[in-house]
Design a protein around this ligand. Structure first.
Ligand code: GLU
Length: 372
Protein backbone atom coordinates (compact mmCIF):
# COMPACT_ATOMS: atom_id res chain seq x y z
CA UNK A 1 0.00 0.00 0.00
CA UNK A 2 1.19 3.52 -0.84
CA UNK A 3 2.63 5.52 2.08
CA UNK A 4 -0.12 7.79 3.40
CA UNK A 5 -0.45 10.64 5.84
CA UNK A 6 -3.20 9.71 8.28
CA UNK A 7 -4.82 11.80 11.01
CA UNK A 8 -6.53 9.86 13.79
CA UNK A 9 -8.90 11.57 16.17
CA UNK A 10 -9.95 9.92 19.39
CA UNK A 11 -12.57 11.40 21.69
CA UNK A 12 -12.57 11.61 25.46
CA UNK A 13 -14.92 8.64 25.89
CA UNK A 14 -12.44 6.43 24.03
CA UNK A 15 -9.63 7.42 26.41
CA UNK A 16 -11.12 7.73 29.86
CA UNK A 17 -13.58 5.86 32.07
CA UNK A 18 -16.82 7.31 33.31
CA UNK A 19 -15.33 8.18 36.71
CA UNK A 20 -12.79 10.60 35.25
CA UNK A 21 -9.69 8.44 35.06
CA UNK A 22 -7.54 7.59 32.09
CA UNK A 23 -8.29 4.08 30.89
CA UNK A 24 -4.82 2.65 30.31
CA UNK A 25 -6.15 -0.30 28.34
CA UNK A 26 -7.79 2.06 25.86
CA UNK A 27 -4.58 4.10 25.57
CA UNK A 28 -2.58 0.92 24.95
CA UNK A 29 -4.99 -0.16 22.25
CA UNK A 30 -4.67 3.15 20.36
CA UNK A 31 -0.89 3.20 20.74
CA UNK A 32 -0.60 -0.37 19.44
CA UNK A 33 -2.75 0.41 16.40
CA UNK A 34 -0.86 3.64 15.63
CA UNK A 35 2.50 1.89 15.94
CA UNK A 36 1.25 -0.81 13.59
CA UNK A 37 0.31 1.82 11.00
CA UNK A 38 3.74 3.39 11.36
CA UNK A 39 5.38 0.02 10.85
CA UNK A 40 3.46 -0.23 7.57
CA UNK A 41 5.25 2.96 6.55
CA UNK A 42 2.47 5.51 7.08
CA UNK A 43 2.80 8.88 8.77
CA UNK A 44 0.44 9.27 11.70
CA UNK A 45 -0.84 12.34 13.51
CA UNK A 46 -2.89 11.69 16.61
CA UNK A 47 -5.54 14.16 17.77
CA UNK A 48 -6.25 13.23 21.36
CA UNK A 49 -9.03 14.68 23.48
CA UNK A 50 -9.45 13.68 27.09
CA UNK A 51 -7.60 16.46 28.89
CA UNK A 52 -10.63 17.80 30.76
CA UNK A 53 -12.15 14.34 31.19
CA UNK A 54 -9.03 12.93 32.84
CA UNK A 55 -8.12 15.94 34.94
CA UNK A 56 -11.26 16.99 36.80
CA UNK A 57 -11.20 14.31 39.50
CA UNK A 58 -7.71 15.34 40.58
CA UNK A 59 -9.03 18.85 41.15
CA UNK A 60 -11.78 17.62 43.42
CA UNK A 61 -14.68 18.07 41.02
CA UNK A 62 -17.38 15.39 41.29
CA UNK A 63 -18.13 15.57 37.56
CA UNK A 64 -16.93 17.34 34.41
CA UNK A 65 -16.73 21.05 35.30
CA UNK A 66 -18.94 23.43 33.41
CA UNK A 67 -17.22 26.70 34.23
CA UNK A 68 -14.48 27.93 31.92
CA UNK A 69 -11.89 28.19 34.70
CA UNK A 70 -12.82 24.70 35.94
CA UNK A 71 -12.41 23.18 32.47
CA UNK A 72 -9.19 25.05 31.86
CA UNK A 73 -7.69 23.97 35.17
CA UNK A 74 -8.82 20.36 34.63
CA UNK A 75 -7.27 20.38 31.16
CA UNK A 76 -3.95 21.57 32.59
CA UNK A 77 -3.86 18.55 34.91
CA UNK A 78 -5.35 16.04 32.48
CA UNK A 79 -3.16 16.96 29.52
CA UNK A 80 0.03 16.08 31.38
CA UNK A 81 -1.47 12.86 32.72
CA UNK A 82 -2.39 11.89 29.17
CA UNK A 83 1.09 12.64 27.87
CA UNK A 84 2.59 10.61 30.69
CA UNK A 85 0.61 7.62 29.42
CA UNK A 86 1.44 8.25 25.78
CA UNK A 87 5.15 8.60 26.47
CA UNK A 88 5.14 5.37 28.47
CA UNK A 89 3.30 3.29 25.88
CA UNK A 90 4.82 4.74 22.71
CA UNK A 91 8.30 4.24 24.17
CA UNK A 92 7.48 0.55 24.65
CA UNK A 93 6.89 0.53 20.90
CA UNK A 94 10.15 2.38 20.21
CA UNK A 95 8.24 5.41 19.01
CA UNK A 96 8.73 8.98 20.16
CA UNK A 97 5.57 11.04 20.66
CA UNK A 98 5.49 14.84 20.65
CA UNK A 99 2.88 17.15 22.15
CA UNK A 100 1.42 20.08 20.21
CA UNK A 101 -1.26 22.24 21.79
CA UNK A 102 -3.00 24.58 19.39
CA UNK A 103 -5.40 27.46 19.83
CA UNK A 104 -7.70 28.94 17.22
CA UNK A 105 -5.42 31.96 17.17
CA UNK A 106 -2.58 29.79 15.90
CA UNK A 107 -4.66 29.28 12.75
CA UNK A 108 -5.88 32.88 12.51
CA UNK A 109 -2.38 34.35 12.47
CA UNK A 110 -0.80 33.48 9.15
CA UNK A 111 2.77 33.17 10.47
CA UNK A 112 1.68 30.87 13.30
CA UNK A 113 -0.35 28.81 10.87
CA UNK A 114 2.70 28.38 8.66
CA UNK A 115 4.91 27.52 11.63
CA UNK A 116 2.44 24.88 12.80
CA UNK A 117 2.66 23.32 9.34
CA UNK A 118 6.45 23.29 9.31
CA UNK A 119 6.68 21.88 12.83
CA UNK A 120 4.26 19.02 12.21
CA UNK A 121 5.95 18.25 8.91
CA UNK A 122 9.38 18.15 10.51
CA UNK A 123 8.15 15.81 13.24
CA UNK A 124 6.63 13.47 10.66
CA UNK A 125 9.74 13.46 8.53
CA UNK A 126 11.71 12.40 11.59
CA UNK A 127 9.39 9.51 12.39
CA UNK A 128 7.73 11.08 15.43
CA UNK A 129 4.03 10.87 16.26
CA UNK A 130 2.63 14.36 16.89
CA UNK A 131 -0.10 14.23 19.51
CA UNK A 132 -2.31 17.26 19.14
CA UNK A 133 -4.99 18.75 21.35
CA UNK A 134 -6.51 22.16 21.69
CA UNK A 135 -4.64 24.26 24.23
CA UNK A 136 -7.71 24.23 26.47
CA UNK A 137 -6.05 25.89 29.43
CA UNK A 138 -5.56 29.18 27.60
CA UNK A 139 -8.13 29.11 24.78
CA UNK A 140 -10.70 31.84 25.15
CA UNK A 141 -14.34 30.88 24.87
CA UNK A 142 -15.02 32.97 21.78
CA UNK A 143 -12.02 31.68 19.93
CA UNK A 144 -11.92 27.90 20.19
CA UNK A 145 -12.12 25.19 17.56
CA UNK A 146 -15.47 24.22 19.05
CA UNK A 147 -14.36 20.64 19.49
CA UNK A 148 -11.57 18.30 18.51
CA UNK A 149 -13.56 16.92 15.57
CA UNK A 150 -13.19 20.29 13.88
CA UNK A 151 -9.59 20.59 15.04
CA UNK A 152 -8.84 17.23 13.44
CA UNK A 153 -10.43 18.30 10.13
CA UNK A 154 -8.45 21.55 10.05
CA UNK A 155 -5.18 19.82 10.93
CA UNK A 156 -5.84 17.21 8.22
CA UNK A 157 -6.21 19.99 5.68
CA UNK A 158 -3.17 21.87 6.94
CA UNK A 159 -0.84 18.91 6.54
CA UNK A 160 -2.56 17.55 3.40
CA UNK A 161 -3.48 14.21 4.92
CA UNK A 162 -4.96 11.52 2.69
CA UNK A 163 -7.31 10.25 5.36
CA UNK A 164 -8.90 11.43 8.58
CA UNK A 165 -10.07 8.66 10.90
CA UNK A 166 -12.48 9.75 13.62
CA UNK A 167 -12.76 6.94 16.15
CA UNK A 168 -15.81 7.01 18.34
CA UNK A 169 -18.07 4.69 20.31
CA UNK A 170 -20.66 4.45 17.52
CA UNK A 171 -19.80 2.35 14.47
CA UNK A 172 -20.62 4.95 11.85
CA UNK A 173 -23.29 7.34 10.65
CA UNK A 174 -26.91 6.20 10.76
CA UNK A 175 -30.03 7.60 9.16
CA UNK A 176 -31.61 7.76 12.62
CA UNK A 177 -30.44 7.46 16.20
CA UNK A 178 -29.33 3.81 16.58
CA UNK A 179 -29.71 4.03 20.35
CA UNK A 180 -33.43 4.78 20.22
CA UNK A 181 -34.36 3.43 16.80
CA UNK A 182 -33.46 -0.24 16.15
CA UNK A 183 -34.37 0.19 12.47
CA UNK A 184 -31.83 2.94 11.91
CA UNK A 185 -29.63 2.02 8.97
CA UNK A 186 -25.90 2.67 8.80
CA UNK A 187 -24.34 4.32 5.78
CA UNK A 188 -21.30 2.28 4.74
CA UNK A 189 -20.22 4.90 2.23
CA UNK A 190 -21.14 8.53 1.58
CA UNK A 191 -19.71 10.27 -1.48
CA UNK A 192 -20.40 13.65 0.08
CA UNK A 193 -22.27 15.24 2.96
CA UNK A 194 -25.25 17.07 1.64
CA UNK A 195 -27.03 19.74 3.67
CA UNK A 196 -30.09 17.49 3.91
CA UNK A 197 -28.03 14.69 5.37
CA UNK A 198 -26.27 16.99 7.80
CA UNK A 199 -29.66 18.32 8.92
CA UNK A 200 -31.21 14.89 9.47
CA UNK A 201 -28.38 13.29 11.39
CA UNK A 202 -29.48 13.21 14.96
CA UNK A 203 -26.98 14.37 17.50
CA UNK A 204 -26.33 11.12 19.23
CA UNK A 205 -23.26 10.14 21.19
CA UNK A 206 -21.80 9.97 24.63
CA UNK A 207 -21.81 12.69 27.27
CA UNK A 208 -18.09 12.65 27.93
CA UNK A 209 -16.78 14.58 24.92
CA UNK A 210 -18.12 17.81 23.51
CA UNK A 211 -18.82 16.47 20.06
CA UNK A 212 -21.62 14.06 19.24
CA UNK A 213 -22.38 12.92 15.70
CA UNK A 214 -23.40 16.35 14.46
CA UNK A 215 -19.99 17.79 15.11
CA UNK A 216 -18.37 14.81 13.40
CA UNK A 217 -20.51 15.38 10.33
CA UNK A 218 -19.56 19.04 10.27
CA UNK A 219 -15.91 18.15 10.65
CA UNK A 220 -16.19 15.56 7.89
CA UNK A 221 -17.74 18.16 5.59
CA UNK A 222 -14.87 20.53 6.30
CA UNK A 223 -12.24 17.81 5.77
CA UNK A 224 -13.82 16.84 2.43
CA UNK A 225 -13.78 20.45 1.26
CA UNK A 226 -10.07 20.49 2.09
CA UNK A 227 -9.50 17.36 0.02
CA UNK A 228 -9.28 14.83 2.86
CA UNK A 229 -11.31 11.59 2.95
CA UNK A 230 -12.91 10.66 6.26
CA UNK A 231 -13.81 7.52 8.17
CA UNK A 232 -16.10 7.70 11.19
CA UNK A 233 -16.47 4.54 13.23
CA UNK A 234 -15.32 2.15 15.84
CA UNK A 235 -12.61 -0.45 16.19
CA UNK A 236 -10.41 -2.42 18.53
CA UNK A 237 -7.03 -4.09 18.48
CA UNK A 238 -3.67 -3.62 16.83
CA UNK A 239 -5.04 -3.84 13.29
CA UNK A 240 -8.08 -1.60 13.74
CA UNK A 241 -6.49 1.33 11.86
CA UNK A 242 -4.84 -0.70 9.12
CA UNK A 243 -8.17 -2.48 8.59
CA UNK A 244 -9.80 0.91 8.08
CA UNK A 245 -7.21 1.80 5.43
CA UNK A 246 -7.85 -1.53 3.75
CA UNK A 247 -11.58 -0.78 3.54
CA UNK A 248 -12.53 -3.26 6.28
CA UNK A 249 -13.39 -0.73 8.98
CA UNK A 250 -16.55 -0.89 11.08
CA UNK A 251 -18.00 2.50 10.23
CA UNK A 252 -18.80 4.96 7.46
CA UNK A 253 -16.34 5.90 4.73
CA UNK A 254 -16.87 9.43 3.40
CA UNK A 255 -15.54 11.04 0.24
CA UNK A 256 -14.77 10.02 -3.32
CA UNK A 257 -11.24 8.76 -4.00
CA UNK A 258 -10.19 11.68 -6.20
CA UNK A 259 -10.57 14.70 -3.90
CA UNK A 260 -8.51 17.79 -4.68
CA UNK A 261 -6.40 19.20 -1.93
CA UNK A 262 -6.31 22.99 -1.38
CA UNK A 263 -3.00 24.77 -0.94
CA UNK A 264 -2.28 26.22 2.49
CA UNK A 265 -2.60 29.86 1.49
CA UNK A 266 -6.10 29.29 0.12
CA UNK A 267 -7.04 27.21 3.18
CA UNK A 268 -5.93 30.02 5.39
CA UNK A 269 -7.90 32.60 3.39
CA UNK A 270 -11.02 30.42 3.30
CA UNK A 271 -11.13 29.11 6.85
CA UNK A 272 -8.96 31.12 9.18
CA UNK A 273 -8.11 34.65 8.06
CA UNK A 274 -9.82 37.57 9.79
CA UNK A 275 -12.07 39.56 7.41
CA UNK A 276 -11.14 43.22 7.23
CA UNK A 277 -13.76 44.58 4.82
CA UNK A 278 -15.85 43.98 1.77
CA UNK A 279 -15.62 44.77 -1.93
CA UNK A 280 -18.75 44.86 -4.10
CA UNK A 281 -18.19 43.98 -7.73
CA UNK A 282 -20.15 44.14 -10.99
CA UNK A 283 -21.57 41.30 -13.04
CA UNK A 284 -18.58 41.01 -15.42
CA UNK A 285 -16.10 40.75 -12.57
CA UNK A 286 -18.31 38.21 -10.82
CA UNK A 287 -18.31 35.87 -13.78
CA UNK A 288 -14.55 36.42 -14.33
CA UNK A 289 -13.86 35.36 -10.75
CA UNK A 290 -16.47 32.65 -10.42
CA UNK A 291 -16.31 30.81 -13.68
CA UNK A 292 -13.42 32.02 -15.82
CA UNK A 293 -10.59 31.50 -13.34
CA UNK A 294 -9.52 35.14 -13.61
CA UNK A 295 -8.34 37.77 -11.13
CA UNK A 296 -10.32 40.78 -9.90
CA UNK A 297 -9.41 44.01 -11.70
CA UNK A 298 -10.21 47.57 -10.56
CA UNK A 299 -12.67 48.04 -13.43
CA UNK A 300 -15.05 45.54 -11.78
CA UNK A 301 -15.01 47.15 -8.33
CA UNK A 302 -18.23 49.00 -7.55
CA UNK A 303 -18.01 49.72 -3.82
CA UNK A 304 -15.50 49.34 -0.99
CA UNK A 305 -16.70 48.85 2.58
CA UNK A 306 -14.48 49.21 5.64
CA UNK A 307 -10.95 50.45 6.17
CA UNK A 308 -8.23 47.98 5.43
CA UNK A 309 -4.54 48.03 4.55
CA UNK A 310 -2.77 46.37 1.62
CA UNK A 311 -2.64 42.58 2.05
CA UNK A 312 -5.90 42.36 4.04
CA UNK A 313 -8.40 39.56 3.43
CA UNK A 314 -11.79 40.83 2.30
CA UNK A 315 -15.12 39.34 1.34
CA UNK A 316 -16.29 39.97 -2.18
CA UNK A 317 -19.98 40.45 -2.96
CA UNK A 318 -21.76 40.06 -6.27
CA UNK A 319 -25.42 40.63 -7.10
CA UNK A 320 -26.61 37.70 -4.97
CA UNK A 321 -24.32 38.08 -1.96
CA UNK A 322 -20.87 36.87 -1.00
CA UNK A 323 -19.07 34.94 -3.73
CA UNK A 324 -15.68 34.49 -2.13
CA UNK A 325 -12.75 35.81 -0.17
CA UNK A 326 -9.39 37.06 -1.22
CA UNK A 327 -6.26 38.89 -0.17
CA UNK A 328 -6.22 42.35 -1.69
CA UNK A 329 -3.18 43.98 -3.22
CA UNK A 330 -4.48 47.47 -2.43
CA UNK A 331 -5.76 49.28 0.65
CA UNK A 332 -9.36 50.47 0.92
CA UNK A 333 -8.26 54.09 0.33
CA UNK A 334 -6.46 53.11 -2.87
CA UNK A 335 -9.39 51.02 -4.03
CA UNK A 336 -11.80 53.90 -3.59
CA UNK A 337 -9.66 55.88 -6.04
CA UNK A 338 -9.23 52.96 -8.44
CA UNK A 339 -12.72 51.48 -8.54
CA UNK A 340 -14.32 51.27 -11.96
CA UNK A 341 -11.12 52.37 -13.71
CA UNK A 342 -9.34 50.67 -16.59
CA UNK A 343 -5.75 49.51 -16.13
CA UNK A 344 -4.21 52.44 -18.06
CA UNK A 345 -6.13 54.93 -15.92
CA UNK A 346 -4.78 53.36 -12.75
CA UNK A 347 -1.22 53.79 -13.84
CA UNK A 348 -1.88 57.50 -13.68
CA UNK A 349 -2.97 57.24 -10.04
CA UNK A 350 0.40 55.61 -9.28
CA UNK A 351 -0.36 52.72 -6.94
CA UNK A 352 1.37 49.39 -6.19
CA UNK A 353 1.92 48.85 -9.87
CA UNK A 354 -0.04 45.61 -10.06
CA UNK A 355 -3.02 45.34 -12.39
CA UNK A 356 -5.05 43.06 -10.07
CA UNK A 357 -7.02 44.02 -7.00
CA UNK A 358 -7.11 40.34 -5.95
CA UNK A 359 -4.86 37.95 -7.85
CA UNK A 360 -6.33 34.57 -8.73
CA UNK A 361 -3.80 32.75 -6.51
CA UNK A 362 -5.08 34.69 -3.50
CA UNK A 363 -8.75 34.03 -4.17
CA UNK A 364 -11.25 31.34 -3.03
CA UNK A 365 -14.72 30.87 -4.47
CA UNK A 366 -17.39 30.34 -1.84
CA UNK A 367 -20.89 29.07 -2.43
CA UNK A 368 -23.16 29.30 0.64
CA UNK A 369 -20.05 29.74 2.72
CA UNK A 370 -18.38 26.61 1.34
CA UNK A 371 -15.20 26.43 -0.73
CA UNK A 372 -15.98 25.53 -4.33
N1 GLU B 1 -9.90 19.43 24.01
C1 GLU B 1 -10.83 18.80 24.90
C2 GLU B 1 -10.11 17.95 25.92
O1 GLU B 1 -9.02 17.49 25.66
C3 GLU B 1 -11.81 17.93 24.19
C4 GLU B 1 -12.65 18.60 23.16
C5 GLU B 1 -13.63 17.60 22.55
O2 GLU B 1 -14.19 16.79 23.29
O3 GLU B 1 -13.82 17.62 21.36
O4 GLU B 1 -10.64 17.71 26.96
Amino acid sequence: MKRQRIVIKVGSSSLTDSKGYIDEEKIKDHVKAISYLKKMGHEVIFISSGAVASGFVQLGYPSMPVTLKGRQAAAAVGQSLLMQQYIKHFCLKDTVPAQILLTRNDFVKRDRYRNAYFTINELLERGIVPIINENDSVSVQELTFGDNDMLSALVSGLIHAEQLIILTDINGIYDGNPKSNPNAKRFDFLGEITDELAATISSSGSKVGTGGMKSKILAAKTALSLGVKVFIGDGEGEEKLSDILLGKGDGTYIGEPDLTSINNLKQWIAFHSPISGRIMIDHGAESALRSQGKSLLPAGVVEVIGHFPRGAVVEVSGAGGIIGKGQTVYSSEELLKMRGKKTFEIEEIGTAGKPEVIHRNYWVNLIDGEVK
